[in-house]
Design a binder for this molecule. Structure first.
Ligand code: ASP
Length: 596
């Protein structure tokens, strides 16, 4: 073995110092440090490890390897001359004078530069994820994720008596489980499904007496390409027996307050609550961002006689006022908002600019709107010169509100983009949304569960639990969502715990085949306590904590927006031999880039 090679192994026997932890107190001390060569110039270079980086002075003639090579240095800490100190660097007061250097592994490929800021195209970052993980932001995000999850687990298990139970990820398909991934087996025609969540298992654990269950659970949903969704994602999954909605909400609040990272501005409980109706009515969405105003107002009475809105019978007209919109939004952005509302909601957005003396600037305004109507709307919306108001009409109040809700969120992000942010960066507005309808109705008048079929109906609404779709939509579910800064980060419910009601919901209301859920129905008949729970989407929650643009920035090895792994090339084709083993035949190859 050559001496150099021997050295490579020997260095591991010495205690190595952490680069980011070297301080002035160690001046004169001998240190042994290892890391990635980050930067080199003349007789200097910097080495980086997970704790930070440090400047090395290399008086001896060494040929320095390429950046990102792994290097070991033995040397002495010395104080930098006053003029050379770098206050931006954690170790900026010192440097290490190298007495011996060993290249432990040469870096032969460096598809992009590792840096403090993410500047590389996401596709390239994902292709070489192991390099991207070295970036400061990714290091911080994954470490924050780890410590947050540890705190959650400790809080729940050590302080609140929860039991961490792993549930299977090879599961059976659930009725209506169109979004499930299937797993072929060697048994012809037999498939597993990957669970969308441990919902059934956690309810079965309640029947089994594990009365406080928690799990950091992997869940799978084959939902095609979505910007901020992953086909596999992680939930904090909880379930409790003999509980109620208030207790679950309080538990989640306590867990979040206790585990909240110290480096972020603190949060406090209780979180405010809002009904689903109010959320749609005031914010045009079931996940309102309450960090800013721009609340939707009902103008139906004031504007009911205005001809331009009379295309919709039994009219609902809503309006919203964007304060200083004339200055803070560009006309191109306003057009984009209008275009988006037209495209996504098939509704027209009437945009009025407020001029001097609150005069409406809108083509033909004088002929369309009587003066006193404009005055009344101005008063009701509280407008002032320079504001922009948006009006929208529809037969259904929800549709008018939701169109304005879209305009509201788009406008808010434009305000931010244009340098007029509406909220402080470190504001965390949690909000419970509750009283959701239990069912949704599709174009063919069929009912679907708004969340999942195990949610208990509100006790006061049982009279509407009849198989007439319009009547059934009046039933509210005992469901609650947790929203943070306009993102849904969790949802849960009190469950149906008696078999007869569960069977009725499945068979009569949802027209599902119960045979696939016999195991659950049998369990409900076997002494099942009342129970309820919740799941928090950890990827999204942590992305908000890290101020990350995408959930992919808080997942070590995420999938692309097309649901593929750009590093390993998964999913991949199977050989004919493998297909035969799994008794799978491929009938037709589809363009995999397309969403089905
Ligand atoms: N299983 C549900 C979900 O994944 C959450 C719950 O009801 O606990 O969304």
């Amino acid at each position: 073995m050559s001496l150099n090679l021997l050295n490579k192994f020997l260095v591991f026997f010495f205690r190595t110092n952490k680069l980011g932890e070297l301080t002035l107190n160690q001046v004169g001390e001998k240190v042994c440090i290892s890391g990635w060569l980050e930067f080199k110039r003349g007789g200097f270079f910097t080495l980086r490890d997970s704790t930070g980086s440090c400047q090395i002075v290399c008086n001896i003639e060494y040929k320095l390897p390429e950046k990102e090579s792994i290097v070991n240095v033995e040397g002495m800490v010395r104080a930098r001359p006053e003029k050379d100190r770098n206050p931006k660097m954690k170790t900026g007061d010192i440097e290490v004078v190298c007495s011996n250097m060993t290249v432990l592994n040469d870096c032969k490929r460096r598809p992009f530069t590792v840096s403090k800021f993410i500047t590389t195209k996401e596709e390239t970052r994902m292709r070489y994820r192991y390099i991207d993980l070295r970036n400061t932001a990714m290091q911080r995000n994954l470490r924050l994720r780890s410590s947050f999850i540890l705190k959650l687990r400790r809080f729940l298990c050590e302080r609140r008596g929860f039991v961490d139970v792993e549930t299977p990820t090879l599961f059976r398909r659930t009725p209506g489980g169109a979004k499930e991934f299937i797993v072929p087996t060697r048994k012809p025609g037999k498939f597993y499904s990957l669970p969308q969540s441990p919902q059934q298992y956690k309810q079965l654990l309640m029947v089994g007496g594990i009365d406080r269950y928690m799990q950091i659970a992997k869940c799978y949903r084959d939902e095609g390409a979505k910007a901020d969704r992953q086909p596999e994602f992680t939930q904090l999954d909880l379930e409790m027996s003999f509980t109620n909605q208030d207790e679950i909400k309080q538990l989640v609040e306590d867990a979040l307050v206790e585990s909240w990272p110290e480096e972020l501005s603190s949060i406090s409980a209780p979180f405010p609550c809002m009904s689903y109706h109010d959320a749609i009515n005031l914010y045009g969405t079931d996940k309102p961002d309450t960090r800013y105003g721009f609340v939707v107002k009902d103008l139906s009475e004031l504007l009911k006689d205005i001809t331009i809105f009379q295309y919709a019978s039994s009219l609902s007209i809503r309006g919203i006022c964007f304060t200083d919109g004339c200055e803070k939004l560009t006309s191109k952005q306003i057009k984009t908002i209008q275009g988006n509302v037209r495209k996504q909601h098939s509704l027209r957005l009437t945009v009025v600019q407020i001029g001097e003396n609150k005069k409406w600037i809108y083509p033909g305004a004088q002929d369309i709107f009587p003066v006193n109507t404009m005055d009344q709307v101005n008063d009701y919306l509280g407008v002032k010169e320079g504001d922009v108001i948006c009006l929208c009409a529809n037969r259904q109040w929800q549709k008018a509100c939701m169109a304005l809700g879209k305009a509201r969120t788009m406008a808010a992000s434009y305000y931010e983009e244009n340098g007029h942010p509406l909220w402080d960066k470190d504001t965390y507005n949690f909000l419970w949304v509750e009283d959701f309808p239990l069912f949704e109705i599709d174009d063919e008048d069929r009912l679907h569960s708004a969340h999942h079929p195990f949610t208990a109906p509100a006790t006061e609404d049982y009279e509407h639990l009849v198989p007439h779709p319009m009547e059934a939509t009046k039933v509210r579910g005992q469901h609650y969502d947790l929203v943070l800064n306009g993102s849904e980060i969790g949802g849960g419910s009190m469950r149906i715990h008696d078999a007869a009601t569960q069977r009725y919901i499945l068979e009569v209301m949802l027209k599902e085949d119960c045979s696939e859920l016999e195991h659950l129905l049998e369990a409900l008949e076997s002494g099942c306590p009342p129970h309820g729970g919740i799941a928090l989407g950890l990827d999204r929650l942590i992305a908000i904590m890290c101020d990350a643009l995408s959930i992919r920035d808080v997942i070590a090895f995420p999938k692309s927006t097309e649901g593929t792994d750009l590093m390993t090339g998964a999913p991949c084709e199977l050989s004919q031999v493998d297909l035969d083993t799994y008794k799978v035949s491929v009938t037709k190859k589809e363009n995999t880039n397309k969403e089905d």
